[in-house]
Design a protein around this ligand. Structure first.
Ligand code: SF4
Length: 62
């Protein structure tokens, strides 16, 4: 499973971090992707972050 974030689209609102802190970390300087290939057990959270991102900046691929 791969996670990608379009940093040009992300506005740093932190919604993804509230859903999956294992992967998304939003700081003063913007979003940091902590893992690009997370374990499968995070799949449900990652899909939640993908569909909840207000700017649709997150892509999750199996
Ligand atoms: S939810 Fe989307 S726009 Fe908000 S910080 Fe995460 S990737 Fe960026």
């Amino acid at each position: 499973m791969k996670v990608q974030v379009d940093l040009d689209t992300c506005d740093g609102n932190g919604v993804c971090m509230s859903i999956c802190r294992e992967v998304f970390d939003v700081r003063e300087d913007g979003l940091h992707l902590l893992q690009q290939q997370p374990d499968q057990d995070l799949h449900h959270k990652l899909i939640g972050a993908e569909v909840s991102c207000p700017t649709r900046a997150i892509t999750v691929k199996d």
